[in-house]
Design a protein around this ligand. Structure first.
Ligand code: SAM
Ligand code: SF4
Length: 266
């Protein structure tokens, strides 16, 4: 499906939860956030239905994100439900990797193709600091498990602050090169001020080539990460919500005062 700027929209990013087992400083306050009520979160059947409606409209790539997708119960089941929808060519997940060691093999078996693991530093102490408590060894083990499970490519998402952690990014880059991983370097963004930039090594942040729609964990279809517009799949129906989001997809992102990274997904 093409938007009004002739961009071919074939990619849907789905946030499956607003919960997370880390508290990264640039994403979540230490005390956590006001969580959505259980009944507000989309069920797996609803998510499967969204995918089933999206595919005939032209979507063939799905990414599961969060919050942390691996903290949602029975996430492997959701992957196999999505994989069973005819026409889905690519299923990816963005994860902090903490629980990946346990889930990589079952996820691959269920139909997950590839994974992006977030890692801003390879230094255990700094990782613990930036994630407010994360154990980097679990992430390294998760990446190895993803490799053994055949998930490919494995990409590493590294958020780079304006100046502070350039050397961390350089070390992450080296770690990626030495381990056959694809590094993606994401400038730290601010949804509220509209501050965003091009992702080095990836496609994010480049509005002219954007091919995405997004779905929040409570079922709001969004035309853009940096937009306040959203269309409720429960109120409007899936197809209508998706068509309306497509219709108003902006040429360029502006600001998003309604969401945070942990509930829309990065
Ligand atoms: N919990 C998973 C993870 O961390 O990979 C998935 C959700 S997280 C919100 C998705 C991506 O958004 C991560 O790669 C994270 O680093 C990125 N992200 C979060 N806050 C960000 C910010 N302020 N600027 C740029 N990227 C951000
Ligand atoms: Fe959690 Fe991912 Fe946000 Fe970190 S970036 S707090 S892991 S959702």
């Amino acid at each position: 499906m093409f938007d009004q700027y002739n961009r071919n929209i074939n990619y849907l990013r789905i946030s499956v939860t607003d919960r997370c087992n880390l508290r990264c400083r640039y994403c979540m306050p230490e005390e956590g956030v006001c969580m959505l009520k259980h009944e507000e979160i989309m069920t797996y059947e609803e998510i499967r239905d969204v995918v089933s409606v999206a595919v005939p409209l032209g979507v063939n790539k799905i990414r599961l994100t969060g919050g942390e997708p691996l903290v949602r119960k029975d996430i492997v089941e959701l992957v196999s439900m999505i994989a069973s929808v005819p026409g889905v060519k690519d299923i990816a997940m963005t994860t902090n990797g903490i629980l990946l060691e346990r889930f990589a093999a079952p996820l691959a078996k269920a139909g997950l193709h590839r994974v992006n693991v977030s890692l801003d530093t390879v230094d255990a102490t700094k990782f613990h600091e930036v994630t407010r408590g994360g154990d980097i060894k679990q992430v390294f083990r998760g990446i190895e498990a993803a490799r053994e499970a055949g998930l490919s490519p494995i990409k590493v998402n590294c958020v780079v602050k304006e100046d502070a952690n350039r050397s961390d990014a350089a070390e992450v880059d080296l770690y990626c090169r030495e381990n056959g991983l694809e590094g993606r370097f994401i400038p730290e963004m601010d949804l509220k001020t509209g501050h965003f930039g091009i992702v080095q090594g990836g496609s994010g942040g480049d509005c002219t080539h954007c091919n995405r729609l997004r779905l929040t964990s409570n079922g709001k279809m969004k035309p853009c990460l940096f937009s306040d517009l959203e269309f409720d799949i429960r109120e409007l129906g899936i197809k209508k919500a998706m068509e309306m989001a497509l219709l108003v997809k902006p040429e360029k992102g502006t600001v998003n005062l309604s969401n945070c990274f942990h509930n829309i997904g990065g």
